[in-house]
Design a protein around this ligand. Sequence first.
Ligand code: S3P
Length: 179
Amino acid sequence: MIATRQIHNLSLIGFSGTGKSSVGRLVADALRFTFLDTDSVIEARAGKIIREIFAQDGETGFREWERRIVEELARRTRTVISTGGGLPTVEGNLASLKAHSLVVCLWASPEKIFERVKGQSHRPLLNQPDPMAEITRLLALRGPFYRQADVLVNTEMRSLREVAMQVIHQFRLAQAAHK
Ligand code: S3P
């Protein structure tokens, strides 16, 4: 299936705290690609932070922003795209990313994710009395979407740099397969 695709870009999907933005920046630097974070693009366009978008327009409003940005990404080349954790769960988004990019999912267990995101308050979906239970619930719901990535990289026992090297290796393999 990948053989019929055009791999101009690299998309990183996965739950909050799996290192998408940090790894994405390292990968973009190494490949000399542009780095783009969908959350940052949405905040710049909307003129408000994600917490405010959720508060004013609800999760539905936020997902609509994501859908629109994903549509626009099809026009990009040489870009590393870091996506919000819930973006692949919306119908059409994954297929759209796969049309122009290698989709890599960064994975970690709920315990590891909790350890990495605890104490942070900018994610509305995890601002709950029991964030660990919410992470476990959402990960179970999202697993089937994350597993549709072309490549799954476990981030648990690896440093950000090691994860980035693994992602770059997979990207080079995919590009070589499409020449
Ligand atoms: C979300 C994850 C966040 C952000 C928004 C919703 C989610 O991005 O898009 O708060 O649905 O899991 P990160 O994955 O970068 O934290």
